[in-house]
Design a protein around this ligand. Structure first.
Ligand code: NAD
Ligand code: DAU
Length: 352
């Protein structure tokens, strides 16, 4: 019997992890701990939120007392930690928000786990979900492996690198059993439309410009979010305590090539004349400190734990577009209010 806190479960990746764990492990109690920031949305979980093994706790990881209450009340055995400020552009505007949630919040969770588990750690695990951005930028060749030195370049990646270091340090110093995974760019349903793929899908639907940063030749390595959730399940159950696993699909795309593929698929699905969406592409000012290329070497998780992605990029992207086209109310709900002010500031007030 496990009572697992999954933090950030109302966000993009967290909601897929919650859905997988709640449905696959009816014997586990799954506690979704989330502050419901702009990025957290309980609508992401309406299909499973009545399950008897699912509990939602609206708690901020900066609130130490509340964390301790949740650990005690639910006799928590394990943590899968995804809650974070996750958008690089927002980290450039407000770095401290990232320090508070990603660094201080992670240390608060580590302290709560250490205190509640009372140094025995017989059947406990603290799983920290992290990013490939901690490794910095690659040139045109090579891959990030688990031993690549950390070299974060944005306030977001610096905060995630710092939280990774704290998790590892708690393992060394207090014997807290931990595992860390560093994943590449995810895409799929419930992705907040401030990130490249859902932003561009939304802008094509609403016939707005598609703002490509710089020369558009930046490279990202894309993984379908459901495959990331399966990888997290695999690492949680089969990973070696104290180890790190890189997760990725060997699926590199230059931004502009990805955007052109997306435009073609959107035109087909919307019944538009070919080229309609591509005409919306607009090159704008680059993101400061923009990492040129990310590429994950996922050999270790494949060889040691037997995980590999289950869908091709074309399939995953097509399913993703279909999901957004069938869930336009979700898009309308999350892009109203505060998000509109963010969008105007980022893209329409000449800031870019
Ligand atoms: P997201 O922004 O969609 O969701 C973050 C969730 O955390 C939201 O539900 C939000 O309400 C919650 N949250 C934020 N601050 C909180 C706080 N102080 N207390 C409690 N809850 C809080 O993020 P995502 O894209 O789903 O990413 C999840 C995790 O995976 C993050 O740790 C991120 O660094 C990591 N990651 C993301 C990607 C990606 O491509 N999206 C890739 C690799 C790793
Ligand atoms: O690599 C993993 C990371 O991927 C995660 O840790 C982050 O949480 C996640 O947000 C993502 O970071 P990126 O910065 O790579 O994702 P984003 O969708 O913001 O941008 C992808 C690429 O597209 C990047 O090169 C910047 C570019 N871009 C992005 C936006 C939002 C544009 O050209 N225009 C845009 O409007």
């Amino acid at each position: 019997m496990k009572n697992i806190i999954i933090t950030g479960g109302a966000g993009f990746i967290g909601s897929h992890v919650i859905r997988l764990f709640v449905t696959k492990y009816p014997g586990y109690k799954i506690i979704n701990l989330d502050a419901l920031t702009y990025a957290g949305n309980l609508e992401n979980l309406i299909d499973i939120d009545h399950s008897s093994n699912y509990i939602f706790e609206k708690v901020n990881i900066l609130d130490v007392e509340e964390l301790e209450r949740v650990f005690a009340e639910h006799e928590v055995t394990d943590v899968v930690h995804l809650a974070a400020e996750s958008h690089v552009d927002r980290s450039i505007e407000s770095p401290l928000d990232f320090v508070y949630t990603n660094v201080v919040g992670t240390v608060n969770l580590l302290n709560a786990a250490k205190k509640h588990w009372k140094g025995k750690f017989d059947n406990n695990l603290f799983y920290h979900v992290s990013t490939d951005e901690v490794y910095g930028a690659l040139g045109s060749e090579g891959f990030f492996t688990e031993t690549t030195p950390y070299h974060p370049n944005s306030p977001y990646s610096a905060s995630k690198a710092s939280s990774d270091h704290f998790v590892r340090a708690y393992g060394e110093t207090y014997d807290l059993p931990f595992v860390i995974s560093n994943c590449s760019n995810n895409y799929g349903p419930y992705h907040f439309p401030e990130k490249l793929i859902p932003l561009f899908i939304n802008n094509i639907i609403t016939k707005k410009p598609l703002p490509v940063y710089g020369d558009g030749l930046y490279t990202r390595d894309w993984l379908y979010v459901k495959d990331h959730a399966i990888a997290i399940d695999t690492v949680f159950h089969k990973g070696t305590v104290g180890d790190t696993y890189n997760i990725g699909g060997f699926n590199e795309w230059k931004n502009i090539d990805l955007v052109i593929l997306l435009c073609k698929q959107m035109d087909e699905k919307l019944g538009n004349e070919n080229g309609t969406s591509e005409a919306l592409i607009t090159y704008i000012k680059d993101r400061p400190g923009h990492d040129r290329r990310y590429a994950i070497d996922a050999t270790k998780i494949n060889k040691e734990l037997g995980w590999s992605p289950s869908v091709t990029f074309e399939q995953g992207l097509s399913e993703t577009i279909d999901w957004y086209l069938s869930n336009q109310e979700w898009l309308t709900n999350v892009t109203s209010g505060a998000y509109q002010q963010y969008y105007t500031k980022m893209y329409e007030e000449g800031q870019k």
